[in-house]
Structure formats: structure tokens, C-alpha cells
Design a binder for this molecule. Sequence first.
Ligand code: SF4
Length: 380
Amino acid sequence: MAIKNTPTEIRWNPEQPISEVTQTSDLTVSPEVIEEIADLRAQIGKDLVMLGHHYQRDEVIQFADKRGDSLALSQYAAKVEEAKYVMFLGVHFMAETADMLTPKDVKVILPDKRAGCTMADMADIDDIEDAWEQISAFYDTSKIIPVTYINSTADVKAFVGEHGGTICTSANARKIIEWALSIGEKLFFFPDQHLGRNTCFDLGIPLDDMIVWDPEEPLGGHDQASVKDSRILLWRGHCSVHQHFVPEHADSWRKRIPDIKIIVHPECSFEVVQKADYSGSTGGILKTIREAPEGSKWAVGTENNLVNRLGNEMVEQGKEVYSLAPYACLCSTMFRISPEALRESLKALTQDEYKWLITVPDQIRNLSNLALERMFKITG
Ligand code: SF4
């Protein structure tokens, strides 16, 4: 295996050659740490599968056996048969999903248990149950289909499983929401208001039919009439990375490079998505730019580790890829999976110890799996 210890390179300025890009990541990772990780990884061998999310930093993701977005990684996890351990180079909810999908005797490990997701944390199960109870006082909740983005805790996935709903990813949100609205009168979408709003609007649902549920306000900040009149209830959650993009970034790029194409993740705000030429999941963004004509120029509104790697990959094809925002938009919680944490986690594994084991309790696992099975059934 080639061992790389390359810094993250954020390329946002079109006048700056790729060879002179700004170095922004932690440059203090020693080559010894990287070598130690490689040695430990080799010692453990086929007992371990390492799954890495596209937003993970270079120094860590180079060790992933499989890379992907949330959907692809959950599909890989579901196929794990022979390994004893799955190590997730992502965040907590992804490791939980892997634990639900792998056989029960497979141990799922997250090298730093502080690697959470701010968006997932915005949808607390107690708040969701409270919202459901408040609505049930004046509306038949069996007519509401709850759907949660996969970026949510296992408790929330279990909640939607229990109440006839399902899970979506950014790649299949359209299909899932169509399904939900075909069987229910209303959709309650957790935790990302932006993915919910952007997808529903894309399906032709007017913004006036959507309300944002604020868990800190009685009845989400609405009266009974407006809850009854709405078709879409959007939980007040967002991604702390994608919220940094603003419409002015798109204006600025178009002014500087008139033929630039703008592509953003649907976790960006409605206003940003409306300014873009395309929006899509991380997998969709990669595919669109990889298949774009030679010489095309792109400003990308998503996490910068992905943008940077894609930019480097596209240099040979003469494509220019820039970050939509003129500063680093890194997922700071995923960044907690440091090379040092990875080394310690692998070292523990060689001593039959776990740093850190992610286990979803049986009851939550069963209900969450019900929701996941519905998702796989709906999307084929
Ligand atoms: S990028 Fe946003 S949604 Fe994804 S893990 Fe980080 S905080 Fe969560």
C-alpha cells in the first residue's frame, strides 16, 4: 500500500495554480504515525474492513478499503460477511447504521467516539416524541409519514420505523418522499430542513405548503390550523458545513468565470440550490464532474476534503474544480478521526480491545432495520 501523508489543499482561487494551493490542514501528522497505522492494519488483515466517507481527510481515508457516501457505505456494510470488525472512518450515525446492517457478531468500531454529527444531534428523540404527541392531540398521526435522513441517530431511525415511515439518503430522497406522500396526507421530515425543502420543491410542492417545526417552541412555533393546513413538516435542523454556503458565493463565481458550472449538495439552503446549475448527493456530484466535458470549470458546494480530492483528480482531464466558498468548509466532527486516533484504535484491536465499540440496542436495531428495509424496498 502506498502511504501518503498529504495535506488538504483548498483550491478556491482560479488565479492560483493547483501546484501552489493554500495548505490548510494539520501538517503535524508524522510519517511515523502513518507507517504505524499501515503496520497495524497489515497485522489485522482480512478480519477488518475499513469504510471511509468521502468527507474524511486524506491522511485517514487512504486506509479505507471502501470509500463512499452514506448510501454506498451502508450498502457495503450490509454485504460484510467474513470480517470480524468494521471500522468506520466517518461519524457516529454512520457507525450505528453499519452496526444495524452487519451480522450481530461483527463488531463496529469508531476510532473517536466524539466524532458525531451536528445535524443528527439537532433531532433529539425526546423532542420528536414530544412533537408527535402534541400533534396527536388534534390530528390523526397515522396519516403522517415520518421520514428521517440517514444522518440521524439510531433512536430517530427506530421512531420512523415504528410509525410506518422510512429513511432516505441525499441520493434517494426524491423517491422516498414521493412514496411517503403517496401513502400519507403529510410528511414529517427529520432532521435536515434543507434536504426536505429542496427535494419537496423539486417535486413541485410549493414552499407555502411547508412549515418548519421548531422543537423549542410549543407546537413547533405554529397554531393548530397551520399544522393542519401544511403538507410538509420540516424539522428545524441543518448541516453546520453546508450552511456556510450563501447565494453570493455563486454570484461571485459567475462574475469571475462566466462559463463556470455550479453544483451543490441539497443540504445547502434553498436559496443556494436555486442559484446552482445542479444539485446532487456526494456520489452524484462526483459522477457529474467526472463525466463532464474536458476543460469544464466547476464551483462545488460541499465539504472541502471531497472537493479538493476531486479537483486534483480532474487536473489530468483539464477540468477546473473550486470550492464554492472562499474558506475551508470541513466537517469538524469527522475531522476528529485523526491519524493518531486511528492508530490507537488499531493498536487496541490487536490486543482484543475496542476503541470504540458502537452497539445499537436490540429493540432500536429491530425498529431501525424495519425502516432501512423499507428504504431498500422502495428504492429497489
Ligand atoms: S458534513 Fe454535516 S451532515 Fe455530514 S457528518 Fe458533518 S455535520 Fe453531519
